[in-house]
Design a protein around this ligand. Structure first.
Ligand SMILES: Nc1ncnc2c1ncn2[C@@H]1O[C@H](COP(=O)(O)OP(=O)(O)O)[C@@H](O)[C@H]1O
Ligand SMILES: [Mg+2]
Length: 415
């Protein structure tokens, strides 16, 4: 079996239970993971313990099956330590462990087994239901999984998993990225091959396939190049001039952001706690600086409480229309490269945020399924706060409104 190059080994043999590996084409994902799976089966396998290899369709899984067989044949051609079953496409090792090769195209066939280690190859092309099914097979065994593939746009569960793994918030998840230049350094790809691809392929395709950078296929309202242009390396030491805060509704996070008078992000604080602790945390950081807080639904009494303590903390109610308005305000600030964003988590949320067309012909601004937009909302509130509470000649003239403002109620004097 080939010896894995350092970066390939570090990604695939990472101790985390779930490893999401976004890698470009021909960097050795498949071979590396075949080795990982057979080693698991070899070292830890017991009679009748199952190990799974999943590819988007069965025919692709069968290719990996043949690659495993040829690797095993080269070291043990006489089948002392393994046997295979052509009709079921599985390999059984002498310790009784069995490695199965299956397609994700029929997720209903993927339930019901206890699996001791699994690989999901070309995960961006596998159905999300297949992922749910495979996840269920490792519940009892607490088994490790490798989720590998080329990147393919942003609208797929594997992309979303990768973003979650990348935050570092989940100790049992890790994220790795391997691009074509890493494979060159690892000695398995020729640099000329990559340069040729760069000349001949459209840029977006080259970036996906060789640099493992997803293309802009979502409906991102801000523009990915503009978001990138707003990125900065360091958190500035200046004080915030405006704040925006999104309050956690159910499982998601509270997120407080502040920008200075040059619109550089100075604070990006994300946490989960009860209302009382959250209120304190916001009040302590905001002090007397203008702040717009999301007062939609359960947030309303909380914002009212904060407003009593600090009149400069005002509420904002999200409706589809008001959300669209403040997101468009944020889009203008991003497209004019006004903002400076040091926080990678916030940049990630901005990049995956999207608009979709509703059945009635309207536009809805939202995070893709399974992802959050707390940071985007907080930032949009912050920019809206700047628009409402401008500083002119260094002097702020403030006439604070009642706790909650609502754009829908134009004519009752609140706005
Ligand atoms: N560590 C390695 N040493 C030598 N050859 C390797 C190594 N890893 C992969 N290869 C070879 O590189 C080619 C691409 O590997 P593959 O696993 O198919 O890549 P991917 O799945 O990322 O497209 C294959 O021919 C494979 O045998
Ligand atoms: Mg492959």
């Amino acid at each position: 079996m080939p010896r894995l190059y350092d970066k390939q080994h570090a990604a695939i043999f990472d101790p985390a239970r779930y490893c999401v590996i976004e890698a470009s084409t021909k960097t050795g994902k498949t071979v590396g993971c075949i080795i990982w799976l057979v080693e698991k089966a070899w070292n830890e396998g017991q009679p009748e313990s199952h190990y799974w290899w999943i590819a988007p369709v069965y025919a692709q899984a069968a290719i990996a099956y043949r690659r495993l067989k040829s690797m095993l044949s080269s070291s043990d051609p006489h089948h002392h330590s393994w046997t295979s079953n052509e009709t079921e496409t599985n390999v059984t090792l002498v310790n009784g462990a069995r490695i199965w090769f299956k397609g994700a195209d029929r997720p209903d066939t993927l339930f019901g087994e206890d699996v001791y280690a699994g690989v999901i190859d070309e995960a961006t092309r596998c159905k999300e239901e297949a992922w749910h099914a495979i996840r269920s097979t490792v519940t009892a065994t607490k088994a490790p999984l490798r989720i590998i593939g080329n990147v393919k746009g942003r609208k797929n569960w594997a992309y979303q998993m990768a973003r979650r793994a990348e935050t570092g918030d989940h100790p049992n998840m890790s994220h790795h990225k391997i691009d074509a230049y890493d494979a060159v350094a690892g000695g398995i790809l020729d640099i000329e091959e990559i340069e040729d691809a760069k000349q001949t392929l459209p840029e977006a395709v080259f970036r996906e396939l060789y640099l493992a950078e997803p293309s802009d296929d979502g409906h991102n309202p801000f523009g990915l190049t503009h978001i990138q242009a707003c990125k900065t390396q360091h958190q500035p030491t200046t004080e915030a001039t405006w704040f925006g805060v999104d309050l956690a509704k159910h499982r998601d996070f509270c997120w407080l952001v502040g920008v200075d008078d040059k619109m550089a992000l100075t604070v990006s604080d994300r946490w989960q706690s009860d209302w009382q602790a959250s209120t304190q945390r916001i009040v302590d950081q905001v002090q007397s600086t203008p702040c717009l807080a999301d007062s939609t639904g359960v947030g309303d009494p909380v914002v009212e409480g904060m407003h009593r303590m600090r009149p400069n903390i005002e509420g904002f109610t999200f409706t589809p229309r008001s959300k669209q308005q403040i997101m468009e305000g944020l889009a203008v600030a991003i497209q004019h490269h006004e903002l400076g964003l040091y926080d990678e988590r916030l940049v990630n949320e901005l990049e995956s945020f999207e608009y979709e067309f509703t059945r009635t012909g309207g536009v809805r601004y939202t995070a893709p399924e399974g992802m959050n937009d707390d940071g985007v909302c907080a930032l949009a509130l912050c920019v809206h706060c700047r628009n409402l509470r401008p500083v002119s000649f260094g002097v702020r003239v403030i006439d604070y409104a009642p706790a909650t403002m609502n754009e829908e109620d134009d004519d009752d004097g609140v706005w």
